[in-house]
Design a protein around this ligand. Structure first.
Ligand code: FAD
Length: 439
């Protein structure tokens, strides 16, 4: 039997789904497929909440399709092996999937593409997780932007020219392959333990978005959307959310453009995954002291905003953006710990972990990134707390027994000393590379 496959990856939804839409247009019956990829799962803890999220969302999607009489194949394994089996059972003419710019995905897709070619099957990778492909928003001379503001300006210009597409995939499901076997609930994934956890809803809250510019910087209030995990796994269409942002709040829209900006950086500069965007920052002599790292990871630095941030992260898999900036700055600048360590720690704990944004955020905080905070900007965690958590609501929520900054544990490092030390270390590292006109 000749079919097309819709390979669901980071686009776990039926509505406004480009890969599904194109698959349904292909002229063949479409088999939806999700693979719990053993290579990715191997690096995750058995209690990882992101696996729990995937199990629930894939199960939900499979149930919705089964209710309408359609098949959804769910496998656990190595993608190449899964495709080898499927291409024996079916004559697969096309595979449609949402593209991903992460190095592992690029390599995996190359292997799959080569294999499918030997089976006369076309592998189509479509851009669904961002509004515009990275090469759609570039400078007039054809090179990528390295500064956010002109990138954003051009992004908005492109938006006027292109509009935001809508792909009504949900209206053409009749072309999916019928379910010819009893439907089975996904109970678990081999090696993982089911978790009892309440994930944020994928329904954008219009009141939050309308008031976003007023409350988004205050971690003690619920002022941001909490939609990160849904954008990560495509349980919400970025096009739908961007349309809402255009209607309701331009500050919120700007944050979505930051997300696109970091995706663009990862696409054009994949070396940022392991190296500083500004190579001179790789000459900085990080201290990477075990005691400092342990204090930061355990929320024991003596700075309430930093410790509360880690408390929130470990308890919920989330950390408020303002606090992400302060904790990242504290680790890299106050403690002189390599940004790659903090990046990996966040990657292990954030539910909304996204390589492009996480790498961008950490390199921004360390100063090594594209359009980053300048090296001499060292957040004062005490002033940040006074300004953004003046009544200590956030600290009280995430630090057990916290009463006030005055009675809190002693800071592991004094701010003025840390500031002088990092400026010296950064100047030394950067001037070793001929950057000697530093302020
Ligand atoms: C050190 C550091 C690490 C970060 N790691 C991640 C990460 O792994 N994954 C991630 O999605 N974001 C990351 N961010 C960006 C930002 O902190 C989160 O996107 C945001 O806090 C998620 O909360 P929210 O969904 O309520 O976002 P909202 O404030 O409601 O924003 C809506 C959406 O816009 C996007 N967004 C918002 N701010 C940014 C930003 N500064 N950069 C890129 N995208 C943004 C996100 O997709 C977010 O869900 C990081 C920031 C820093 C400073």
């Amino acid at each position: 039997m000749e079919i097309s496959i819709w390979w669901v990856r980071r686009d776990i939804r039926i509505e406004d789904n480009l890969a599904l839409f194109r698959a349904l247009e292909s002229g063949y019956a479409v088999l939806p497929l999700f693979i719990f990829d053993r290579e990715i799962l191997a690096g995750m803890a058995p209690t990882d909440l992101r696996v729990e999220f995937l199990v629930r969302e894939v199960d939900k999607l499979s149930g919705i399709l089964a209710d309408q009489g359609f098949d959804f194949r769910v496998e656990t394994g190595i993608p190449l092996e899964v495709f080898k089996i499927l291409t024996v059972k079916y004559t697969v003419r096309h595979v449609f999937a949402s593209v991903d710019y992460e190095p592992y995905s690029i390599k995996r897709d190359q292997v799959i593409e080569e294999f499918l070619r030997t089976k006369d099957c076309c592998f189509h990778r479509l851009t669904d997780h961002v509004v515009f492909t990275p090469d759609r928003v570039i400078k007039e001379n054809g090179t990528p932007y390295q500064v956010f503001t002109p990138y954003k300006k051009n992004w908005l210009k492109v938006l006027e020219a292109d509009n935001i597409n809508y792909y009504p995939s949900e209206k053409h499901l009749a072309r999916l392959l019928p379910l010819n076997r009893p439907w089975k609930k996904i109970e678990t994934v081999e090696g993982f333990i089911r978790q009892d956890f309440e994930f944020p809803s994928n329904e954008p809250d219009l009141v939050t978005i309308t008031n976003y510019h007023l409350h988004r910087d205050f971690p003690g209030v619920q002022g941001t959307s909490r939609l990160g995990i849904h954008l990560r796994f495509g349980t919400l269409s970025i096009r739908k959310l961007t349309r809402l942002a255009l209607d309701y709040n331009t500050t919120f829209l700007s944050e979505l453009i930051w997300r696109e900006y970091y995706q663009m950086i990862l696409f054009f500069y994949p070396s940022v995954v392991t190296r500083s965007f500004r190579p001179e920052y790789d000459q900085i002599q990080w201290l990477n002291k075990d005691d400092d790292i342990a204090a930061w990871c355990n929320g024991q630095t003596g700075y309430p905003l930093v410790d509360a941030g880690i408390g929130e992260l470990l308890a919920t898999g989330y950390m408020h953006n303002r606090v992400r900036m302060v904790t990242a700055s504290f680790l890299t600048k106050h403690l002189l710990v390599d940004w790659r360590f903090g990046e990996a720690f966040f990657a292990a704990h954030l539910l909304d972990y996204e390589l492009a944004s996480n790498n961008g955020g950490w390199q921004w905080a360390a100063g090594s990134g594209c359009d980053a905070a300048p090296y001499f900007r060292v957040f004062n965690p005490v002033l940040q707390a006074k300004r953004f958590d003046p009544q200590n609501i956030y600290s009280k929520r995430w630090i057990t027994g916290f009463v006030s900054p005055d009675t809190y544990i002693k800071p592991i490092i004094e701010h003025g000393y840390a500031r002088d030390r990092v400026l010296k270390a950064f100047r030394k590292g950067l001037s070793a590379n001929g950057i000697d006109s530093l302020p």
